[in-house]
Design a binder for this molecule. Structure first.
Ligand code: IPD
Length: 268
């Protein structure tokens, strides 16, 4: 089995994410925002999501024909005819922050991560509008445009600016609003940026002190989760669980303990 170099996977990911971001920016400039909805009437998918996913899938198929892609708009599929025994699984959100894209709010990103044997080893998130780009290779730190990231040093709940997000299903939103009612009086404030990948990068950079969200898909959190971890944050679920659909909590260690204690009873 050939050895897969995570830095090479990152280079490929960065190249494809830049191309996809350029295409998305062109579609936005041409006001191509033809919208359909997916899981609920508030969950949009645009022609730009689909075109960006196709561009990345084709690029991966050309460069690494035996690999697999889990993409938000297409589901799980082999890139080539058959998965190779040492296949990398690519985790792709072609536009994370589709609602922002539709409204022209400058906070939407392309997120692409490479997973080997069930472990995310490399990831990149690029803000399509600002061109900011966050990258990480497991064990080699998190970076934004050449600057090493180390997260926030905040240790108190009262001083913590906390990012979060909401799902698309009305019942999930009701639960999330109830959680907010309980935690908002105890923290500095909440930020709802509208792109989970950018939220995780913001936490990696210390632009928010922590981030949590229930209901994330793997493609929303794979690249940003690695970037946050490599910046020194703990990225988990609640009560020692791994990050997943039930909860993704990213915070520096001291704050993580406090947020875990605060959130766990609310998600019992
Ligand atoms: C959504 C965004 C949003 C988060 C939702 C995600 P999408 O992804 O990341 O911030 O709150 O949970 O589904 O639909 O824009 O790719």
């Amino acid at each position: 089995m050939a050895v897969v170099e995570p830095t090479e996977l990152l280079s490929l990911a960065v190249e494809l994410v830049r191309k996809a971001a350029a295409g998305i920016a062109e579609q936005r400039a041409a006001a191509v925002t033809s919208i359909e909805t997916k899981s609920s009437p508030t969950d949009p998918v645009t022609a730009a999501d689909r075109a960006a996913e196709q561009l990345v899938v084709e690029g991966l198929a050309a460069a690494r024909p035996g690999d697999l892609v889990l993409g938000e708009e297409g589901g799980f599929r082999p890139v080539g005819s058959e998965a190779a025994p040492d296949a990398v699984r690519w985790l792709l959100d072609p536009i994370d922050g589709t609602v922002n894209f539709v409204y022209g709010i400058p906070a939407y990103s392309v997120s692409l991560a490479a997973e080997v044997a069930g472990v995310v080893v490399a990831g990149v998130v690029r803000n399509v509008v600002t061109g900011e780009e966050w990258t990480a290779v497991r064990g080699e730190g998190a970076w934004r445009d050449g600057v090493r990231l180390r997260g926030s040093s905040e240790t108190t709940l009262g001083g913590a600016l906390v990012g979060t997000g909401f799902g698309y299903a009305p019942e999930r939103r009701r639960e999330q609003a109830e959680v907010l009612l309980r935690i908002l009086p105890q923290i500095r404030d909440i930020r709802r940026i509208g792109s989970a990948a950018l939220d995780l990068c913001a936490a990696a950079e210390g632009r928010v002190d922590a981030y949590f969200e229930r209901g994330l898909n793997l493609w929303d959190r794979a690249a940003g989760g690695l970037i946050a971890e490599e910046a020194g944050l703990l990225v988990t679920g609640l009560r020692g669980e791994g990050p997943g659909e039930a909860m993704t909590l990213a915070a520096p260690p001291a704050l993580h303990t406090l947020l875990d204690e605060l959130l766990s009873p609310l998600h019992a």
